[in-house]
Unconditional design. Sequence first.
Lengths: 122, 107
Amino acid sequence: QITLKESGPTLVKPTQTLTLTCTFSGFSLSASGMGVAWIRQPPGKALEWLALIYGDDDKRYSPSLQSRLTIAKDASKNQVVLTMTNMDPVDTATYFCAHPSDYYDDRAYIAQWGQGTLVTVS
Amino acid sequence: EIVLRQSPGTLSLSPGQSGTLSCRASQTIPMSSVAWYQQKSGQAPRLLIYGASIRATGIPDRFSGSGSGTDFTLTISRLEPEDFAVYYCQFFISTPTFGGGTRVEIK
């Protein structure tokens, strides 16, 4: 069974850097094709993909936020860390970590989601 | 950049009715890249459909997906009370993109 859980601050001040950790189980980021994504959702709004990392350290970022985001993995700890710099009130959102389908699968989708963590910027 | 537009924004239905949700892409996308998710208030999204028409594990057969090219559809037959939620379509090649969502509300 695959599970993911987000952790980090619930409140950050404008201009600060946000650091979120995703701790997962049920798969290994040392395995080829395995990945972890970060997705956020402002209150009452739609989902927005932020970043994605695969086991071979392939990293991908949302073009609109790329300059502010860094994603990194610690496969030995089953953790993925997302940092977002220069936080602004518009970044207030629930941040989800998620497990995409195998990179080598013909069909691409987000297979499992963490429960999400609400981050308020104020 | 491919954009997904979902319609309608809100769909008002009664339990037992059927509903059709639309997802239109700004350019042709492969069926293998299309998925649908259900999200209830305060919860994470749940995968319903992938590969445009394949139900995820445990998803009842009243949910069905179809479409190709730029137009994709999620159909919910015989709406149950637990089906009232927000539904998102997704396109995923290299990186995922989500539509704006359709809210299915009780009429």
